[in-house]
Each structure stands twice: as C-alpha cells, then as structure tokens.
Design a protein around this ligand. Structure first.
Ligand SMILES: *[C@@H]1O[C@H](CO)[C@@H](O)[C@H](O)[C@H]1NC(C)=O
Ligand SMILES: [Cu+2]
Ligand SMILES: [Zn+2]
Length: 176
C-alpha cells in the first residue's frame, strides 16, 4: 500500500510540474487616448503563449501589435521601448512566418471595430515567457497604422512594417 501511495504521489507531483502555467499581465497606456490590458498564459496545452486582451480608443481598422525590446516606458514613454524584440536578427515579418523569418515580437495587427475597440485572442508559438528569449520585462506596443507584415518593397517594411506612431505600450509583468 505504501509503495502504491508513493507512486501516486510521484505521478501527482510530476503532472503538476508538466501542467505548470506561466502568467503575465500588461497594462497598455500612452500619450494617446488608447489604453487596454493583456493577459498572457504560456502552457503546453496552448502550444505557446495565449494572449487575451482588450484595447480601446483606437481608430477602426488594423493596428500594428508588437513586443518591443525594452520595458523602458520611463525615459520617453513608448518611444523608449526600442525596436521590435529580435533575438534571432531576422527581418520584420508576420506572426505566421517561422521563427527565423520574423522578429520574435512580430504579432501582426489587432483589429478595432467601429467603436475603436479591439478584442484580442490569439496563440503565438514564437514568443515565450521563459528561457533565453523570454519577453518578460519587455513591452507590448500598439501602433497608429497597419503593420504591412514585411511584405512591401521598402526599407521600413523589413524593419517595422511601417506601423507608424506608438499609441500605447506596457511592460510585460509576471503574475501568479
Ligand atoms: C485579465 O485577467 C484579469 C484577472 O483574472 C481579469 O479581471 C481581466 O478581465 C482579464 N483581462 C482580459 C482582457 O481578459
Ligand atoms: Cu511596434
Ligand atoms: Zn518586427
């Protein structure tokens, strides 16, 4: 009996370890009326990081949505968060491009409705909340213009997707 009990305990411990989730939260704000929040969960079950969020105060349509390199929203607001987070020295791309053909931070566009509200619910398989390419402590940025996903023939497209001004941003923080 004791033997089976300890096996059961081991299995329980192992499965709670595998089932471990990592959570993070982001509050988006800036000099514009745009604001919002994001909840991030990394789990094996999701196959990556699920991002659930709501952003308000946008103009209707597509807005570039990225993880930028630094969580520095202090020096000069969203402008001091640096370039798109790019640990693999890739060109700018789309979320569905493979990991070596996009910036890790390239999450494409969020879409605002006629009232300027964008609801986000996506899973990304490139960003992570753990390991050497973790995005914790970096920042999300929401842009004024549409991200062209690196598909247009100009220099801006391969760097930023021509997504324009940074309307709101927020540091990616660990939560329970
Ligand atoms: C994020 O999670 C918090 C806490 O559970 C919840 O109150 C909030 O509504 C969530 N945000 C979104 C955008 O779903
Ligand atoms: Cu950006
Ligand atoms: Zn990029």
């Amino acid at each position: 009996m004791k033997f089976f009990a300890s096996i059961a305990l081991l299995v329980l411990m192992a499965s709670s370890c595998w089932a471990q989730e990592l959570n993070a939260r982001v509050f988006l704000a800036g000099k514009s009326p745009v604001s919002g929040s994001l909840n991030l969960t990394e789990s094996a079950a999701a196959g990556g990081v699920r991002i659930i969020g709501r952003v308000t105060g946008l103009t209707p349509g597509n807005h570039g949505f990225h993880v930028h390199q630094f969580g520095d929203v202090f020096t000069n607001g969203c402008d001091s968060t640096g370039p798109h987070y790019n640990p693999r020295k890739a060109l700018h791309g789309a979320p569905h491009d493979n990991a070596d053909q996009r910036h890790a931070g390239d999450l494409g566009n969020i879409v605002a409705d006629a009232k300027g509200v964008a609801l986000i619910n996506l899973v990304d398989t490139v960003v992570s909340l753990s390991g050497p390419e973790s995005i914790l402590g970096r920042a999300f940025v929401v842009h004024a213009a549409e991200d062209d996903l690196g598909r247009v023939e100009n220099e801006g497209s391969t760097k930023t997707g021509n997504a324009g001004a940074r309307l709101a941003c927020g540091i990616i923080a660990i939560v329970p």
